[in-house]
Ligand binder design. Sequence first.
Ligand code: DQA
Length: 148
Amino acid sequence: MTRVLVLNGPNLGRLGVREPDVYGHATHADLVERCRAVGMALGLDVEVRQTDSEAELVGWLHEAADGAVPVVINPAAFTHYSYAVRDALAQVTGPTIEVHLSNPAAREEFRHTSVVAGVVTGSIAGFGLASYELALRAIAATLTGPGT
Ligand code: DQA
């Protein structure tokens, strides 16, 4: 089974209580369960992690780079300003997908910039938990080969 890391950045551990009008009522535990179930159906061994620490997130990306592990990442607020996360993500050779629950392009101006978008395989935003499901499907399709 191909291992995939799903990495969530700051404040995503507070899903369910955090601005439910923007992020919905599902908790981080719900997100983990959904990703694991979708992964299982796709033949992917999915491990979901969340951190509020930029250093920890960078460390996890180094781990993915060293193991050539595909990554689905929601860098949360780091999306908009962390060159450290961008530079770490640029080292990951497996497929990498940037995901967002909301659609940052339709929100405040500062969210319109993603400093990681230029170093990922692709980006998916605006579909709530389904953004993660679509990303895992994209990883599975990418691993199967072009044109599938
Ligand atoms: C987010 C969007 C970011 O702008 C925000 O800082 C987040 C969550 C999303 O999933 O919609 O924390 O990445």
